[in-house]
Design a protein around this ligand. Structure first.
Ligand code: 7PJ
Length: 322
């Protein structure tokens, strides 16, 4: 039975495709997990991602807006950062963001670690303020304690750069319905760029992610909740990052969807130079290539521009002009 879900106002190509959980997804999900090598987009069936209150139809690419709630990401800082973050998130939703990823700790090399309570103090008020925004809310954290409280407060997804490897992380998410972004990272943020090593980065990262999916399955977590992420810039040289993007289709892990975090990354700076804020054109080029190679969700800073780029990509790809 298809219960009425959260249908977003549909403008142009952004036809709402979100349902609350129903049994209708079973058929599509089963089709999405067929063993054929033809991609779901080509067969016309769409993979679906269970994501807390939502069920996301990944038949078209989704845009996830990045919302950093860290003092170093605000010029005004202090108490002003929470209302400022909420306002920025609402603007991203107006610009067409399909989901928002809220982060309370910077993972940049050299960034100071944040205790769980301080991270919760940043993330929870924003999460609560955005619950009515009509889009799924993701929380970017690797700390089990933050995961538990975020899920209680209504997070629809946990985005973990450590791929739920911290002790207690799997237990923190297992009993919920939230979506899970499982990312690959080699080493630790502080030192990961010193000497990344792989025998074959595409095979090694794909193998790691396949193992994580198996491990989560053994803990009773449905693959329908999982989206995978190769982790661009997390313990990889520029050449290794580009190899992963070039061969994303070869990295395929069963029929799990991909989330790609390419926006403003240093692999782009490696090619074009420029400060992170000046890497929009580079980010769009990489994002569209990632879609062509099978990406489903783009994690981005520049929502409006990415939404436009995706619309044109879809018009070319799917002849979707309406
Ligand atoms: C990523 C992330 C990414 C996922 C960050 C930045 C650095 N989460 N969190 N994937 N990157 N899933 O945004 O440049 O690539 S923090």
């Amino acid at each position: 039975m298809a219960l009425p879900g959260t249908w977003r106002a549909s403008t142009g190509l952004r036809a709402g495709a979100f349902f609350f959980n129903t049994d209708s997804y079973m058929t599509s999900a089963t089709m999405g997990q067929s063993t054929t090598l033809v991609s779901p987009r080509e067969t016309g069936s769409s993979p679906l991602l269970q994501c807390g209150r939502f069920e996301l139809d990944l038949g078209r690419p989704l845009v996830m807006g990045i919302l950093n709630v860290t003092p170093d990401s605000f010029s005004d800082g202090g108490d002003l950062s929470i209302p400022h973050a909420v306002e920025r998130a609402r603007r991203m939703v107006d610009q067409g963001a399909d989901m928002i990823d809220i982060g309370g700790e910077s993972t940049r090399p050299g960034a100071a670690p944040v205790p769980p309570q301080a991270e919760l103090d940043r993330v929870l008020p924003v999460l609560e303020a955005l619950r009515d925004s009509g889009v799924p809310l993701s929380v970017d954290t690797f700390k089990p304690e933050v995961m538990r409280h975020a899920i209680e407060a209504g997070a629809d997804m946990i985005n973990d750069i450590r791929g739920l490897r911290e002790p207690g992380a799997i237990e923190a998410v297992a009993a919920s319905r939230c979506g899970l972004c499982i990312m690959h990272m080699q080493g630790e943020p502080r030192t990961m760029q010193e000497a990344p090593h792989y025998d074959d980065v595409v095979r090694d990262v794909g193998g790691f992610l396949a193992e994580r999916v198996q491990c989560l399955s053994r803990a009773g977590i449905s693959p329908r909740r999982i989206v995978l992420d190769p982790g661009f810039g997390f313990g990889k040289t520029a050449a290794q990052n580009y190899a992963m993007l070039r061969h994303l289709d070869r990295m395929k892990v069963a029929d799990q969807p991909w989330l790609l975090g390419l926006s403003r990354k240093s692999m782009l700076g490696h090619v074009v130079g420029r400060e992170p804020r000046e890497r929009l054109a580079a980010s769009l080029a990489a994002a569209l290539y990632g879609l062509e190679k099978g990406g489903h969700i783009l994690r981005v800073h520049d929502v409006a521009e990415t939404v436009d780029a995706v619309k044109v990509w879809r018009a070319i790809k799917d002849e979707s002009f309406v």
